[in-house]
Structure formats: structure tokens, C-alpha cells
Design a protein around this ligand. Sequence first.
Ligand code: RFL
Ligand code: PHB
Length: 389
Amino acid sequence: MKTQVVIIGAGPAGLLLGHLLRAEGVDCIIVERASADYVLGRIRAGVLERTTTDLLERLGIDERLRSEGLLEDGFCLADGERLIRIDTFGLTGKHVTVYGQTEVTRDLMDAAPGRALEVIYEAEDVAIHAIDSDAPFVSFSKDGSERRIDARFIAGCDGYHGPSRRSIPASAAREFERVYPFGWLGILADVPPCHDELIYANHTRGFALASMRSMARSRYYIDVPLTDRVEEWSDERLWDELAIRLGPEVAAHITRGPAIEKSIAPLRSYVFEPMHHRSLFLAGDAAHIVPPTGAKGLNLAASDVAYLSAALIGYFQRGENDGIAGYSATALARVWKSERFSWSLTNLMHRFPDDGPFERRMQLAELDYIASSRAAQTAIAENYVGLPL
Ligand code: RFL
Ligand code: PHB
């Protein structure tokens, strides 16, 4: 088989890139290791920036997003005593939309056949070859037979554990990493949310986040030591802890219910530079990870592929090389700003094992400053709704 771009991975980055390329007549094929059901079973992001929803709108894959997505005017920070509201719409004129990653992925998957976007699921032993040449190819096996796809470029959209990044020689790359000493224990339950906006709380007992998927489905998180196992957290124990950390005012509105999903995710900040090597491009979690505080991961995947699709379309339609040459630097400039925001919000809202009373007072002083300063709130709001592309 031959195409112009082979995309590895059918997560949000890969599917969105595939649609953006097909919309402009660029040929591409997506090769995904997992089954479609497995990809849809991963419960992850819930908050979409305007930049992300604008891309879906541009593609005309936003019907369900418009009818089911919840437009959020703001969110709250809590310091154990009070709620500090960040009026994101009032401060920036932009909303974020609560709409699950699962739903975005489903919409992109469902739209693929009608737009001649081919996705090969359950591809085994996916391997990347000849990225140093102008004729790279991808090999894999499917239903027991060996397959090969030749292309001009390969787009590695295969997440943090995929093979793309590792095929770039270490001598050509640099990694930056911070691993946090806790994970997020998340619970998804079919109960109404406790508040109409998200609440990020820093309590003396630790972090908590009240989020949602719809007016009938809630998503909550607390931070836990990395040594904790999900089995140690019965639903009841988790609801009790959430009620304490979110504070009595919020707790009064929590509706408890059985978990339909419960899992612990580690927190990491990670950037791989560059995001382009010869005939291979990286996008999304394949190139960078942010801790989930601030909800930037999926949105960064979307901004990466907005830049990458424009560069590839320029190359194939107009013979331009500038977009391709500039992709890594352009994408990384935005990536680092989101890394900074996610890292600083993580530092502000979590207790670290080495923190003493001084560090606690620093956090409380910063939260108090944010509560009283429109400038501080604007800086947070601008980052939360998404920096311009
Ligand atoms: P994905 O979603 O990991 O998709 C990569 C795809 O590549 C496939 N793959 C392979 N395919 C072929 N061959 C191989 N060898 C392959 N190896 C892997 C995988 O099966 C998969 O289908 O990466 P992508 O597309 O870059 O998307 C990134 C987002 O998924 C991620 O950044 C977000 O989920 C992060 N995130 C959040 N982001 C937000 O913007 N807002 C949020 O509210 C938010 N909350 C979260 C999050 C991530 C979380 N966890 C669990 C990490 C909350 C959590 C708890
Ligand atoms: C979620 O709803 O899953 C969610 C919301 C906000 C975050 C992270 C996750 O910062």
C-alpha cells in the first residue's frame, strides 16, 4: 500500500490529524494497535479549549458537541475554607466546553468512513522504517498477514508509550521530565455534579477535583500516594475523602453513587525535543505529557495537529517546506507554555511530601492573592481557556 502520510495511533491526535488532512485532500492511513472499543474505553480528558472545539467545528464534526457539551463560564479554586471563582468568560470572552475525550473520539471515529479516512485497528507489531530517507514506511501484521505502507511522511500520534518517539536517535533529541510524588485517583459515577462549575481544591489533607461529563454524570479526583492501590479505596471511602477535601459547603451538594470507573493515574511533566526528525513528526502525548491539573493534554494534542496539518497541507498542495521546517519550534512554543501552566497549577494545588508549614503558607498566600487580584485571575483564565494558536 502507498499513501502520503501514515499516522500511527488513533487517539484524539491521530484521528483529528487524519480528518484535517482528508478535508484538504491529503491521503493518509491511520494504523492503531488497539481495537476501536479499547480506545473508546479509556476514560480521560473532560475539558476542551476553544481552540479544540473550533477545530471540530471547522471539520463539521461538532453536532453532538454542540448539543451535549456543557459551556462553562468559569471554574473555582478552593483553599479548604472558601471558593475562589475564576470568571473565565468575563475575563477572556471565551468558554471551555465540558465534553469527554471518549465522546470526541467516538465522533471522530464515526465520521471517518464517510470522509474516506481509513483506520486500521488491531495492527500488531507496528514498526517504523527509513525515517532518514524520503521514502519511510510502516510495517505491521494484521489478521496473521504481514503488511507494509509506504509514505512520504510518518506522523507519530501513538501516545506516551508508542514506538515513534523511540525511533528518533538519542543523539538528535533531548528529554525534559518531572515525575510527581502522587497520582490521581479518579471516580466516574452516574450522579449529578455537586456544582455547576469545576472545583480544584487544596485541602490540608490533599488535592481534590470536582468535574463532570454531563448533568447526570460526575467525575471526581483526589491525589493519593503512588503506593496506594485502587482496591484500597472503596467507593464509600473515596466519597468520604472527597467530602472532606472539597469542604462542607460543597460536600452538602455531593450525590454519592457506585463507581462506573475508578483508576489511579500517575502525574508527569515531560517534553521531547524536537518534535520532527527527517520524515517523522510527533504530535500529542507521543511528544509531551502534562499533569492533568489544568486539563491541557488533549488540547495540546489538538493544537499540535492544527500546526502539523497546516504544514503537511502546505507541502503537498503548494510544495512549501517552511511549515514543515518550522513545525517543531512552533508547536514547542505552545507546548512549553501549557507545561508551565500545568506545572504551576499542580504546585499550587497539591501537598508535596517534603512540604512543611512554610510551603503551606506560600500556597495559601498565593491563593489569597489570586482571590483579590483581577490581574492574577486573568493570567489563570487566559491559560485555562487556551492560548491562541
Ligand atoms: P493517546 O490518547 O494516548 O492515543 C495514542 C494512541 O496510539 C495508540 N498506540 C499505537 N498504535 C499503533 N502502534 C503502536 N505501537 C501504538 N502504541 C500506542 C494507542 O493505542 C492510542 O490509541 O494520545 P493522543 O492522541 O496524543 O491524545 C492525548 C490525550 O489522550 C491526553 O493528553 C489526555 O487524555 C490528557 N488528559 C486530559 N487532557 C485534557 O486536555 N483535558 C483533560 O481534562 C484531561 N484529563 C487526561 C485527563 C489524562 C488522564 N490520564 C489518565 C492520563 C485526565 C486523566 C486522568
Ligand atoms: C476531567 O473531567 O476528567 C478533568 C477535568 C479537569 C482536569 C482534569 C480532568 O484538569
